[in-house]
Design a binder for this molecule. Structure first.
Ligand code: SF4
Ligand code: SF4
Length: 258
């Protein structure tokens, strides 16, 4: 299905967002005085997937190898620029104050970076009139027709892959080793801004290598999941154990307060 779209500059997508940013973008955001958090999720990875499992290889590309107890896992760390209310870069006339260097995610919206997600207009903040235009965002061949959007999507995917090893080192530097279980929830780590910036700069400069030698704890808010993780030989951790720390659990499904 062809998707028509033209931005009305309503500014809605510049409010109360968690904005996924690459490592370089996170450094810039922090240097500007903004806040960035780490959203961590783990995927059990007992063996490499078949070559034709394109979704698994997409996830593999943007994750790093680790272990949880006896089980190999792959950890996806998403760096999220966060702000309550209006983005600190949003000007009174709804223009972006850092337009030329705004994060790629801002250039992509409302398109989807993940090639396995279909764009769902109902989940987007854009007003109805934004979709009533002759301009084509996505053709019925699935291709993004807007050159800037298409370029930003490619850039985000490349940064995701490039940044995976940096994020492994970043977690090691910060002592971060807890994650949610993919599709169930994430552990949100919120280091102090200055600590995160220093750790990011160190992680970027460090030599490549396997920094993720510590075991990762897979956190859940569901007793059944914790039991399953235990039986699979992982190192499970109830979400309630994070209380009082710099980390918190964000569930995507209903939990039972384990
Ligand atoms: S950086 Fe600019 S485009 Fe991105 S959310 Fe902030 S104001 Fe909007
Ligand atoms: S919510 Fe949609 S229409 Fe409004 S500024 Fe953002 S991209 Fe443009």
């Amino acid at each position: 299905m062809t998707i028509h779209f033209s931005c009305t500059m309503c500014g809605r997508c510049c409010h109360g967002l968690r904005l996924p940013v690459g490592v370089e973008e996170a450094v810039a955001w922090l240097r500007d005085g903004g806040d960035v958090q780490l959203f961590c999720e783990a995927i059990p990875w007992p063996e490499e997937p078949p070559a034709d499992n394109h979704l698994a290889w997409y996830k593999r590309r943007r994750s790093f190898a680790a272990t949880s107890g006896q089980l190999p896992v792959r950890v996806i760390v998403s760096l999220m620029a966060i702000f309550e209310g209006a983005c600190p870069n949003l000007q009174p006339d709804f223009r972006c104050g850092i337009y030329e260097r705004r994060p790629r995610a801002c250039r992509v919206y409302p398109a989807e970076v993940n090639p396995f997600f279909a764009l769902d207009r109902d989940t987007k903040l854009c007003p109805p009139e934004a979709w009533r235009t002759q301009e084509v965002l996505q053709g019925d061949d699935g291709q993004w027709k807007d050159a800037e959007v298409a370029g930003a999507i490619v850039g985000m995917r490349e940064a995701d892959a490039r940044d995976a090893s940096v994020k492994a080192r970043l977690c090691a530097i910060l002592g971060i080793s807890s994650s949610g279980l993919a599709n169930e929830g994430v552990v949100v780590h919120a280091p102090v801004r200055e600590d995160l910036l220093a750790a990011l700069e160190q992680a970027v400069l460090s030599a490549d290598g396997d920094a993720a030698s510590t075991t990762w704890h897979v956190v859940s808010h569901r007793r059944a999941t914790l039991d399953l993780l235990q039986s699979a030989g992982t190192a499970p951790l109830p979400a309630s154990a994070l209380n009082g720390s710099q980390a918190s659990f964000m569930g995507f499904v209903a939990g039972d307060d384990a």
